[in-house]
Design a protein around this ligand. Structure first.
Ligand SMILES: [Zn+2]
Length: 144
């Protein structure tokens, strides 16, 4: 077990429990920039084909390479922010309902998933690592 603390403008606590399981707790002080997340790497939890999933406050990655992929991490961080600003539970309800609507629209699982407004926002902006610093409240609404 290894514990690493880093104190800057944010508090990062990294706990390595086994080589498979990393616990990474990150809390930023400024609210405009607020992220509370616990990053886990759990090899066998995610369904096949999934590299990362965010269930506030957890971001779960399928492997360490995925965890170290900054674009993928940014994608999941965008979802954490969306979940926070919707007070978590309504996010999942909206996500599921919009998936159903998109499925009837596109008649294809992958297209339906990629066109959920939350995913459109995350896929459009995942490569911009500063995106969350200037993102406005309920920005996903513009991707409906
Ligand atoms: Zn996503």
């Amino acid at each position: 077990m290894r514990v690493v603390f880093k104190f800057t403008s944010k508090i990062i606590i990294l706990i390595k429990i086994t080589s498979l399981l990393w616990l990474n707790v990150e809390v930023k002080k400024k609210f405009s920039n607020f992220v509370l997340m616990i990053v886990l790497v759990l090899k066998y939890l995610l369904p096949k084909g999934f590299r990362g999933i965010s269930l506030f406050p957890f971001i779960v990655f399928s492997d360490k390479a995925a965890k170290n992929n900054l674009v993928l991490l940014n994608h999941e961080k965008i979802h954490i922010r969306q979940q926070l600003e919707m007070l978590v539970i309504p996010f999942y309800v909206w996500y599921a309902l919009e998936f159903i609507v998109r499925y009837f629209q596109y008649k294809n699982w992958d297209l339906a998933y990629r066109n959920i407004s939350f995913e459109r926002e995350a896929y459009t902006n995942e490569k911009d690592l500063n995106y969350l610093k200037q993102r406005s409240f309920w920005e996903f609404y513009k991707f409906l």
